[in-house]
Write a new protein. Sequence first.
Length: 209
Amino acid sequence: MTGGAGPVPTRGFTGRIAAGARDRRLPPGQYDAHDAFPVLSAEVTPELAAEDWTFRIDGLVAEPRTWTWDEARALPPGRYEGPIHCVTSWSKLHTVFDGVSLDTFLGEVRPLPTATHVVAYAHTGYTTNLPLSDLVSGRAWIAFDFDGKPLTPAHGGPARLLVPHLYFWKSAKWIAGLRLVDRDEPGFWERNGYHHRGDPWAEERYAGD
Ligand SMILES: Nc1nc2c(c(=O)[nH]1)N[C@H]1C(S)=C(S)[C@@H](COP(=O)(O)O)O[C@H]1N2
Ligand SMILES: [Mo]
């Protein structure tokens, strides 16, 4: 650059900045799917009636336990309102899920001090691993309703795990249980190259990110 005026943005360049102004609620590389709610399933949607659904927590806990649908629904209700982020790049900025906080379930089984990680597993066999610390302190739920209506089977009904601060593959649909363990064991997508934790703000998409 030899002139005194310095670089002057062209109209085209200014326009691109305006069009591309990023919504700060969107993590890097994500777009807002607005009203769309894509279905992403590695399995065929199971026919799982509420009365056949159970949720178990075992492994490194003081008192392993299984809840039936009625028992889980009788627990104090919890709500999540906020965004969800799929690793394939769609996000939904405003969602409302109703269910029960995992703090409530974990309070009943009492994790042992040696428990550091969790393998979440679905009634279909899908698994995903998470640090136990990501499932406590009001950041994870067993969700029964989306947008005020029962979760549809395709979206994990009658119940799914919801861990919205991590990429959505951690939110196992048709959740069957959590096994508390003392090491990080990769689940279905993690064995296939996805990141063990999956923080959307750190773009932890693939192993090594
Ligand atoms: N059981 C099960 N849970 C799952 C999946 C799956 O294939 N099977 N896919 C995960 C992925 S990659 C995403 S993005 C979300 C998709 O949830 P949705 O279909 O309700 O949008 O579910 C997650 N939980
Ligand atoms: Mo996903």
